[in-house]
Each structure stands twice: as structure tokens, then as C-alpha cells.
Design a binder for this molecule. Structure first.
Ligand code: NAP
Length: 239
């Protein structure tokens, strides 16, 4: 039977590839993001199984509205939306803006929706998969700290949902191509620099992260919970 799947940030990059996998498997997918045109284009590309839903996931009012548009039962929730705050500077106001921004973009976008949907997750087989980053373990200032806090929260979530047969896991990617995440910063020189930090000598592709998410959302992954699946070409271990 087709599952109800919600993919945040499903209009671009990793989230788009995640949505594509589920849609191709015949699941019903809602993709969530802030830009209507981006979501509508993605849904048109991905076919009739995919529905766009506009929502700023860091805004509690917007999340409350979105709840009315989401299915009453959710089999898979993929918390993929996230981005990096760009404010720079060392003064307290800049530091506050950067830290607050990274926590809003990467933590609130995950917890506001997940906590609100908790009672709609399918008993016995529900799946929550959250995308963090290698930055959570290798340090990247406020962005890494925000992603690391998802790891602690995921353990708490897995403990709470476990008795209901629902799993909660993290996928932590290294650098991947085919997304809007870095913008023009990921030029040829930066790709080479990042590729050299991995054991495979290359950066990853969005579809490779999507495959890890898809596995953790599968029935076969039912005995895996509270885990962090690293998907970084060996960068975490280093040379
Ligand atoms: N690319 C990498 O190398 C890399 C590495 C490690 C981890 N990650 C993580 O992977 C995840 C996906 O990123 P990506 O690389 O695929 O980049 P991306 O193409 O920029 O995708 C991020 C998506 O999240 C959505 N989004 C951002 N903020 C949102 C909000 N407040 N409410 C709703 N939707 C929001 C964006 O759509 P709108 O702008 O339309 O809202 C966009 O579709 C992120 O959590 C990122 O931190 C990426």
C-alpha cells in the first residue's frame, strides 16, 4: 500500500532526490518549502504522486497552517530543510544573528514540524529521518552546533517513539553537489579542496544521500533507531 511521505526542502537538492525516490516507488509525497514556484516546478517534474506545500518551517504560525494541509496519518517524515546563516562579524549583535539564524534554519525547521506531527506518525511502522551534516562532528561554528543539537534531540525522539514501533534516525552528509546549499562558493577549486579531504577523492551526489534516507525509511530498516548514518566518502575518518 502506498505510504504518505512528507519531505521538507523537497523542491531542490537532496530533498528533491529524496522525493523522487519515494514518488518513483509509488508513494504519496508532500514536498514542503518556502518558494511556491520552486515547489510547483519540482512537483510537475516528479509527477502526480507529488504535492507542493508552501510553509516557512521556522515560523510557528505557518507550521500551524500547514498542519491542516498534511495527511491525518504520516508514514514517513523526512526533515531535510536547512541552510546556513550568512551573517558574519565578531560583535555580539552579529554573533547573536548568526547563532539565532542557524538554530532557526536548522533546528526549529525540524522540531516545530516533528513535534506537531508526532501523534500522526503511523503506529508500528512510522519513520522519521532527519538530515544533519558532517559539520555536526567536525565543527563549523553555529551551523555545526545547530546540526549537532539535532543528534541529541534525535536520540530523545527515538526513545520516546520506540514503544510505538516508530524509528528516528539521522543522515549526516559530507559535501554533495546538485544543491543550492553553497551557491557560487562551491566552485571548481572548492570542490577539489573538499574532495581531497575524503577517502574516495570526490564529493558526493544528492542522490547518494537520498539513497541513505530512503533505506532508513524502508521496512527493512525497522530495527535501526537513534542512529546517525554518515554519508561523506570517508571524510569523517580522514586520511
Ligand atoms: N549540500 C551539502 O553539501 C550538504 C552537506 C551536509 C548537509 N546538508 C544539509 O542537507 C539539507 C538539504 O540541503 P541541500 O544541500 O539539498 O540544499 P538546498 O538545495 O538549499 O535545499 C534546502 C531546501 O530547504 C528548503 N528550506 C530552507 N529553509 C526552509 C524553511 N525555513 N522552511 C521550509 N523550507 C526551507 C529550501 O527551499 P526554500 O528556500 O524554497 O524554502 C530548499 O529546498 C540541509 O539540511 C543541509 O544543511 C547539505
Amino acid at each position: 500500500m502506498a505510504r504518505n511521505v512528507v519531505v521538507t526542502g523537497g523542491g531542490t537538492g537532496i530533498g528533491y532526490e529524496v522525493a523522487r525516490r519515494f514518488a518513483e516507488a509509488g508513494e504519496r509525497v508532500v514536498i514542503v518549502g518556502r518558494r511556491r514556484a520552486v515547489l510547483e516546478r519540482a512537483a510537475a517534474d516528479l509527477g502526480p504522486n507529488v504535492t507542493p506545500l508552501v510553509c516557512d518551517l521556522a515560523d510557528p504560525d505557518a507550521v500551524e497552517d500547514a498542519l491542516n494541509a498534511l495527511p491525518a496519518e504520516i508514514d514517513v517524515l523526512v526533515n531535510n530543510a536547512g541552510s546556513r546563516e550568512t551573517v558574519i562579524g565578531a560583535g555580539p549583535h552579529a554573533v547573536l544573528a548568526r547563532w539565532r539564524g542557524d538554530f532557526e534554519r536548522n533546528v526549529l525547521t525540524v522540531v516545530l514540524l516533528t513535534e506537531s506531527l508526532r501523534d500522526r506518525l503511523t503506529q508500528g511502522s512510522g519513520r522519521v529521518v532527519t538530515v544533519s551534516s558532517i559539520a555536526a562532528l567536525r565543527g563549523a561554528g553555529s551551523y555545526g552546533a545547530a546540526k549537532a543539537s539535532l543528534h541529541a534531540w534525535n536520540h530523545f525522539l527515538a526513545a520516546q517513539l520506540g514503544a510505538s514501533g516508530i524509528t528516528a534516525n539521522i543522515v549526516a552528509p559530507g559535501t554533495v553537489s546538485g544543491t543550492e546549499f553553497f551557491g557560487p562558493r562551491l566552485d571548481e577549486a572548492e570542490v577539489s579542496r573538499r574532495a581531497a579531504r575524503t577517502l574516495l577523492g570526490r564529493i558526493g551526489e544528492s542522490g547518494e544521500v537520498a539513497a541513505a534516507v530512503y533505506f532508513l525509511a524502508s521496512a527493512e530498516a525497522g530495527f535501526i533507531t537513534g542512529e546517525i548514518l554518515h554519508c561523506n566518502g570517508g571524510e569523517l575518518l580522514g586520511r
